[in-house]
Write a protein that binds this ligand. Sequence first.
Ligand code: NAI
Ligand code: MG
Length: 479
Amino acid sequence: MSFEYAPAPESRAVVSIKPKYGHFIGGKFVAGSKHFPTINPATEEVLSQIALAGKAEVDAAVKAARKAYTSTWSKMSGKERGKYLYRIARIMQERAREFAVLETLDNGKPIRESRDTDIPLAAAHFFYHAGWADKLEYAGLGTSPKPLGVAGQIIPWNFPLLMLAWKVAPALATGNTVVLKPAESTSLTALLFAEVCQQAELPAGVVNIVTGDGSTGALIVNHPDIDKIAFTGSTEVGKIIARAVAPTKKSVTLELGGKAANIVFEDAPIDETVEGIVNGIFFNQGHVCCAGSRLLLQENVAEEVLHKLKNRMEKIRVGDPMDKNTDVGAINSKEQLAKIIELAAAGDAEGAERWSPACNLPGKGFWFAPTIFTGVTQAHRIAREEIFGPVLSVLTFRTPQEAIEKANNTPFGLSAGIWSEKGSRTLWASQQLRAGVIWANTFNKFDPTSPFGGYKESGWGREGGRHGLSAYLKGVSHE
Ligand code: NAI
Ligand code: MG
């Protein structure tokens, strides 16, 4: 027997979106010159006009950040800086509903996820780093750790506010000031965060937010008065940034793509594993750098796992992101949808077998049904390239050693998952896997205390935890 879910829409009355936005520079909103639209990807409705920062605006933002760094922020005690971070964290909690609704409208992710994951975790990052601000001498990072100066921060569209928090909170806690650029399709929560900075009476220029596209990002990367670049996004742009900063004195951290193996051993608890597989690839429409996008099944349990996985996928609710019952929302942009369609077509053409549950996708907006490909081999593009969508590539293995070889056979190394009831096997496998984050009997668990980052083409450096602090301090090795 199955039950139908009645619609349970979240109200958008809690947010007021302005028809047009400017930049946040030196503590004030300043008008932009050129603008471009930001849309709701679930409906294609234009939500607002976002300003495109050019050289003059980026210069002004860097100047404001430099001034705030020298005159105020670098001179302030850690205890005082911490108070501002606590204040920001509390205001984010107070305005959580507003942030969640705005994030869902601008990004297309289900309200359940923005409400229960993105916004609480963003606030948690500020709370966690507020606690470090006056204890940096005790972090094991030197007796008198010093900030780098002005940080240029460029973030993607998949977790807009959360990625902002990952960047801004450690930078501020360690005494740096920032110029941040959100992704072009998801600027609205960063602009609401600018209001929070005003509300918290953060000294002018400590946080500056300029909006725009890759051209604005490049102006930040190449600005001579920036000391550090922190980037999250595609490996392709990460390589451009690495080349641009190589001949300069800038420090850099890069959080790039992934193609994580989610490995299911024969002794795994199958029902829990199926939940973990679903969460691993369909959370946030699969727009997750650490998504468990390659499922490696031990041959003798493969049939059972796939059978249960398909049954479970039949129950995934795809549709209106503002509905509190929705599991999978809209694909963030037309361009991203085109990329997913193209890679899935390559899966068909190269001989893998595609399966999706029956689902009614809305007529407007950008949608892709949860999909699995079986019969995938290591040579297939869908086994090698990051799809960044709700598409799972399934491979099989016979021995644990073969699982490790397949898992590590990738240019990436961001995350991995292990499903097994045997502790010894889990420990053995986690030592063999070349991935920065390894989950055992769970997936996509995030916490500000835990460092996050990758090997190889997944990036440089770590964010979060004590390791993440070192990326914003002078003379500390960035392991
Ligand atoms: P992207 O890497 O182009 O965009 C990320 C950020 O970088 C945005 O703020 C963008 O404006 C900025 N940017 C673009 N070009 C730049 C440049 N030359 N210099 C400085 N900043 C620049 O990612 P995009 O095009 O949105 O997505 C393409 C693919 O990248 C996705 O299909 C996915 O596979 C991957 N991706 C991975 C992410 C991750 O978290 N690992 C996040 C976003 C995308
Ligand atoms: Mg948008």
